[in-house]
Design a binder for this molecule. Structure first.
Ligand code: T1G
Ligand code: NAD
Length: 701
């Protein structure tokens, strides 16, 4: 098999080229090829050695698909030491994304240059890992311990200019031809007789006392429960306190501890799950997509305003339609505020914000949507109103336009049936705030055409969203499962736990925000109105909503009224428990004949998370979600589920499906089968001793 690494002598420069698409990952073959090439350069007449990559990027890291398999020599830390020990100066020429092990290879070189558009970073922490090939030892020597800590702990890349300012690269290679620019620079270095600059021999300046403690304390708050960030601080500390070889050994030990941790397994699962979710089973990758440049958005409320910004930020012309000028002005004001906020937070430059804002125009006239390529409806959550609007769109929009609804729960098939072109109708379910949240549930209705679905999956990437395909059911994937999670949260409250106890249990476990606090954020009136719209007999078990309804009837709607399950400081929005709520819960429990008891954190976590898992199993069996990983992506990107637990379905596999089933059956015994009938898929897989990951594989073969 030909090596993905080639070596050639160009005048007196030994040129090593890596060509391992799609991202030149450091597979065993690449490591072996690099090692062989460095050895070859030792033997020939080259005076300088140049490492660069073919394709769209420099090495984007170790090959993540090799993790968990028996490691094969040459190991990356050794390869980096071999490169650094080269008797001839070695230059790395970077383009695209030089990440992880790729940047570590560059750090072991004696010189680095990059094209202006290059990105450099050590994102290992996002995989629950740390740089394991010298990154935590060489980077502090090159750019200082504090700058190194910031780069490694955030895992976010810097661009070439920032890298040059940090001292991470020595030269920005202008022009379109990196190879020629790098060769010219190598010749210059050879001419100047530039020596080898060995990073590992550089000292690391000590940091002011207390600095590392501060990092540890901040991480204990911001990355609560996560192990890799703390170990990164330990490694950078070792770069200050230990000789290089010892520090490298220490880094290796910490790297292996991370690699073997369930947290890294979960984050690696999420890495691939997010990429898998973008692939629609049975849909050919070569399907012709519809052109989308002009977008219409109907309803400029909480969601419509954010949705409009997504398309404008991606360069599309947006027409925002409202019922009247007053509502339109209100919506455009929300957008202006959002853009000012993005500029203030440094997310967008003033100039760029103005450019994007200029792409959004308002109207109250449906005729303005006649030439739209895509229209997204985001009006009140009412089926009949949405069907009316789709009938209007059917009348005014050009043939071939995609008609999408942002409904949270309604039946997309019934909305599509209000038109003569149901094949052009699809659900695009954004999450609030729509211009920030990454998740997009793409709801495939029974008549949705393949090219409409494929086009929307591609658009999702264009507007920087993570798409997940869902079939049609009440609440699709996320909100359908959330109903079971929310039920258990409210049952735990009426049965004896305080709102604080429920939320603390879930936040200590890793949820970004506890369920009751989330209800207060979304507004308790949303659920109240939805229930009021249903006949009493269809509202379900009153124990699961009576407290929330009573709070609404006391005008405690949540954060928007500074009182809901909690009281909120009007300035800081800080939440605090309210004895008035405790008393209300006691009253409602008594009225419903509920005997209250102590409920521990373990029971709270298991009831809420296994309620999600059990319903997730039903969703998979019905084919509403394509694969378990899709559900994990929905929950991590849409509902604040901790990525380092891998999403509810991965978590279930990690706990063991037999354990999960045993707990679900226990809850069925204690709380009844209405809420806790074990999902047939859970029973089958647990009975056969199989995992969901295994089942998912069997679904594609
Ligand atoms: N290993 C294996 N496959 C990879 C890969 C990697 N490092 N990076 C990407 N792929 C695959 C990906 O699964 C997809 O496959 C295809 O490439 C295109 O990716 C010792 C231990 C580089 C910014 O964390 O962030 O080095 O789905 O769809 O949007 O210290 O991929 O087509 O079959 O994401 O243009 C550190 C991970 C590793 C970077 C490109 N490196 N990659 O984004 O394309 S740990 C990373 C990315 C490490 C050392 C440690 C992104 C990208 P498929 P894509 P993209
Ligand atoms: P909202 O009340 O904030 O905004 C709705 C807007 O629609 C209002 O500005 C209203 O004037 C406008 N509108 C009503 N009838 C109209 C008509 N006939 N023509 C044009 N405009 C009209 O509501 P929202 O929270 O933005 O929700 C909108 C949709 O998005 C709903 O279907 C909701 O379920 C869904 N959704 C909401 C959230 C959320 O967190 N709020 C999240 C995802 C999806």
């Amino acid at each position: 098999m030909t090596s993905p690494v080639s070596y050639e002598l160009v005048d007196d420069v030994g040129v090593i080229t890596v060509d391992n698409p799609p991202v030149n990952a450091l597979s065993h073959a690449v490591r072996q090829g690099l090692d062989d090439a460095i050895q070859a350069a030792r033997q020939d007449s080259s005076r300088v050695v140049l490492i660069l990559c073919a394709g769209r990027t420099f090495i984007a890291g170790a090959d993540i698909t090799e993790f968990g398999k028996p490691p094969r020599e040459p190991h990356l830390p050794d390869l980096c030491n071999t490169i650094e020990a080269s008797p001839k100066p070695v230059v790395a020429a970077l383009h695209g994304t030089a990440l992880g092990g790729g940047l570590e290879v560059a750090l072991s070189c004696h010189y680095r240059c990059a094209v202006p558009g290059a990105k450099l970073g050590l994102p290992e922490v996002k995989l629950g890992l740390l740089p394991g090939a010298g990154g935590t030892q060489r980077l502090p020597r090159l750019i200082g311990a504090t700058a190194a800590l910031d780069l490694i702990i955030s895992g976010n890349p810097v661009d070439a200019r920032q890298a040059a300012n940090l001292g991470l690269i020595d030269h920005v290679a202008e022009g379109d031809d990196l190879r020629e620019a790098a060769l010219a620079w190598c010749r210059e270095l050879a001419q100047e007789g530039a020596g080898r600059r060995v990073t590992s021999e550089l000292p690391v300046e000590a940091v002011p006392g207390g600095t590392l403690t501060e990092y540890r304390e901040t991480l204990a708050r911001r990355a609560r429960g996560q192990i890799a960030p703390q170990k990164i601080v330990d490694c950078v500390e070792a770069s200050i306190t230990r000789p290089f070889a010892e520090g490298l050994q220490f880094e290796r030990e910490k790297f292996i501890e991370c690699m073997q941790s369930p947290q890294s397994a979960a984050l690696r699962h999420m890495f691939f799950a997010e990429r898998e979710a973008a692939k629609v089973r049975g849909l050919s990758r070569d399907i012709a997509l519809r052109d989308v440049d002009k977008v219409g958005v109907i309803g400029a409320g909480t969601m419509g305003s954010g949705i409009a910004m997504n398309f404008a930020n991606a360069g599309m012309q947006v027409t925002l339609l409202e019922v009247d000028d007053e509502a339109l002005a209100k919506g455009l004001a929300i957008i202006d505020r959002n853009y000012q906020g993005s500029v203030k937070r440094g997310k967008l430059s003033e100039e760029h914000a103005l450019e994007c804002r200029a792409r959004i125009t308002g109207t109250t006239d449906y005729e303005s949507l006649a030439d739209a390529d895509l229209v997204v409806e985001a009006v009140f959550e009412n089926l009949e109103l949405k069907r009316e609007i789709f009938a209007k769109l059917d009348a005014v929009c050009r043939q071939g336009a995609i008609l999408a609804t942002n409904t949270s729960y309604q039946d997309v098939d019934r909305i599509a049936a209000a038109t003569e072109r149901p094949q052009d109708v699809i659900g695009l379910h954004f999450f609030s705030p729509a211009h920030i949240m990454k998740l997009l549930e793409v709801v495939r209705a029974s008549m949705t055409a393949d090219d409409v679905l494929a086009t929307c999956m591609a658009i999702a990437k264009q507007i920087r969203k993570t798409p997940v395909v869902s079939g049609v059911c009440y609440g699709f994937i996320g909100n359908r499962m959330l109903g079971h999670y929310a039920r258990e949260a409210q049952l735990c409250v009426i049965e004896g736990a305080t709102p604080e106890q429920v939320d603390m249990a879930m936040e200590d476990w890793g949820m970004a925000m506890g369920p009751l606090a989330v209800f207060d954020l979304a507004g308790l009136d949303v659920g109240y109105k939805a229930r009021q719209g249903l006949p009493e007999s269809e509202r379900g078990d009153p124990r699961a909503f009576r407290v929330a309804d009573a709070l609404v009837e006391m005008q405690r709607l949540g954060q928007k009224t500074a009182a809901g399950f909690y009281r909120y400081d009007p300035e800081t929005r800080q939440r605090s428990s309210d004895p008035e709520v405790e008393a209300l819960i006691e009253r409602e429990a008594a009225a419903l004949g509920v005997e209250r008891r102590e409920i521990g954190a373990d029971e709270i976590v298991d009831r809420l998370i296994f309620a999600l898992v059990n319903e997730g199993m039903n969703i998979l069996e019905e084919g509403i979600a394509q694969r378990p990983g899709d559900i994990d992506v929905v929950y991590v990107y849409g509902y604040g589920f901790p990525a380092w637990r891998g999403g509810p379905m991965h978590y279930a596999d990690a706990v063991g499906l037999d354990e999960v089933l045993a707990r679900v059956r226990e809850f069925e015994q204690r709380f009844g089968s209405e809420n806790w009938t074990p999902a047939p898929l859970l029973e089958t897989l647990a009975g056969e001793g199989r995992t969901l990951a295994d089942w998912a594989k069997s679904q594609v073969n």
